[in-house]
Ligand binder design. Structure first.
Ligand code: SF4
Ligand code: SF4
Length: 185
């Protein structure tokens, strides 16, 4: 039976994930487009084909290929519904080229936004761990909505920060801390 509240949360999830992907692409494309050792793996793609939650996000519109997973000639064929690790992994080739620690931290937080959304919202575990559609009905929707609101706000901060040459304000830092704490200097 359709659940309008869950469907509306999924729409917001997609929108945030696409926003993260766009911003990540703008920072990482110069490195990934010439990378000699790309990090995508079919075993990682498989999670997007097997997790009922991720399938609900991408809607199975793109078929999973046993050899190449979701990797196409120009990169990942999934816009949304990628495993969270696909957003979280930012290699040292990219991190080491960031101008300072604040930029590195901001990029690190950007990578964590998608994973943060599903954290502990399904039986205190991550939403991608739900194994059946029936499992998904046990999602803590109130917590999921709270995470969507926090992540959307953090993404707004990151979009503004990466589009300018400036430092984060104290309140922006506090917003990003809700997604991931900054390591002690
Ligand atoms: S994240 Fe790093 S390892 Fe992966 S494709 Fe981009 S440059 Fe290559
Ligand atoms: S980014 Fe896409 S192609 Fe790469 S591992 Fe993730 S799902 Fe697979």
């Amino acid at each position: 039976m359709p659940d309008p509240e869950f469907d509306s949360s999924l729409e917001d999830y997609r929108s945030i994930e696409l926003g993260v992907g766009r911003l990540m692409q703008s920072v990482c494309a110069p490195f990934c487009s010439v990378c000699p050792t790309p990090c995508c793996r079919t075993a990682i793609c498989r999670e997007a084909a097997e997790s009922p939650f991720l399938v609900a996000v991408h809607g199975s519109r793109v078929p999973f290929d046993q050899k190449s997973g979701y990797l196409g000639a120009t990169g990942c064929k999934l816009g949304a519904g990628r495993p969270p690790v696909c957003h979280a992994f930012i290699c040292n080739r990219i991190m080491s080229q960031q101008p300072d620690d604040e930029r590195r931290h901001a990029l690190d937080v950007l990578g964590e936004v998608v994973g943060y959304l599903g954290k502990k919202v399904w039986l205190r575990r991550h939403l991608v761990e739900a194994m059946t559609d029936a499992d998904l009905r046990r999602t803590d929707l109130a917590l999921f909505r709270k995470r969507l609101t926090t992540a959307s706000s953090a993404l707004g901060v990151l979009e503004s920060y990466f589009s300018s040459d400036r430092e984060l304000t104290p309140s922006e830092r506090a917003e990003l801390e809700q997604i991931k704490k900054r390591p002690e200097a």
